[in-house]
Ligand binder design. Structure first.
Ligand SMILES: Nc1ncnc2c1ncn2[C@@H]1O[C@H](COP(=O)(O)OP(=O)(O)OP(=O)(O)O)[C@@H](O)[C@H]1O
Length: 265
């Protein structure tokens, strides 16, 4: 069975350790949500998995150390959606999504039938067919975000690491994306995505890894990780946690200040 094993991953940036001995093992067919406050180390953790920042520890896919692979070979195993949504050139949407196929063919060779099919499937999955000839620079922020997700999907890898893929998407497209990640998992892939929406994380992910100060604070089923106590400890917010429409609802709320014994807030 395909498995991604992250062992004792640490990363140091500008002399500060921002990911501290994080380990995680996820099998194929799983969708893991990476959560935690701003600055918790989520992006750095994902980047460290791919060797994009100086890191120690080992990341293996099916027993193969990813750092031992050539970049193009690694890109056939793992697709990465960065948090940044910048697109420098006024390329068409279709051309940008086709870039996701680069690891699959020799330099300067024409796209194969398989490349075209994967590009087409990614455009359809991200609801972008109508935009295919538009310049990415002419799109709205959310539309552009969907193009970059489509490029990662076109890469057609067994592992997808996505950094805040929900950012900038409207509720319809957020839910569609979570459904899509579940479908990718059901196809036998491994998806790890960082996110701040705890309700979406709770309802769609099968596991959550909660980072806090660079450490794994909690890991497990959403209902085990997203407790009121944990949310107060880590996010320093009070949260309404309930169930509705067949799943958890986790909503940070601005509860009235707790009154002291004299009735003061
Ligand atoms: N290039 C860098 N140099 C120095 N420190 C950095 C650098 N990049 C990130 N950091 C610091 O590392 C810590 C973790 O940052 P990271 O971007 O991984 O957090 P995050 O959990 O993804 O946050 P957010 O939810 O805000 O995106 C933060 O304190 C950040 O300021």
């Amino acid at each position: 069975m395909s498995v991604l094993t992250i062992e004792d991953l640490s990363a140091t940036l500008a002399g500060k350790q921002v990911v501290k001995s994080v380990s995680l093992t996820v099998g194929k067919g799983s969708f893991t949500g990476l959560i935690g406050p701003n600055g918790a180390g989520k992006s750095t953790f994902l980047r460290a998995c791919l060797g994009l920042v100086p890191a120690s520890g080992v990341v293996r896919f099916d027993g193969v150390d990813l750092s031992a692979l050539k970049a193009s070979e690694r890109a056939r195993h793992v697709a990465y959606l960065p948090q940044e949504r910048e697109t420098a050139w006024a390329m068409s949407v279709e051309a940008v999504v086709t870039l996701g196929r680069l690891p699959h063919h020799a330099r300067f060779s024409a796209p194969s039938e398989r490349d075209r099919a994967a590009t087409e499937a990614a455009l359809v999955r991200m609801d972008l067919s109508a935009f295919r000839h538009r310049a990415v620079t002419s799109l709205s922020g959310g539309e552009r975000a969907r193009v970059l997700i489509a490029r990662a999907l076109a890469q057609d890898t067994p592992v997808l690491l996505a950094d805040e893929p929900l950012a900038g998407l409207d509720p319809q497209h957020q839910i569609a994306l979570m459904r899509l990640f579940r479908e990718l998992a059901a196809e036998g892939r491994i998806v790890i995505a960082s996110m701040h929406d705890l309700t979406l994380a709770a309802r769609w992910c099968d596991r959550l890894l909660l980072l806090h100060g660079g450490r794994a604070h909690a890991e497990g089923r959403p209902e085990a990780v997203l407790t009121a106590e944990t949310l107060e400890d880590v996010y320093t917010v009070e949260a309404f946690i309930g169930t509705a429409a067949g799943g958890l609802i986790v909503q940070p709320v601005d509860l009235p200040q707790k009154k002291d014994e004299n009735g003061h807030g």
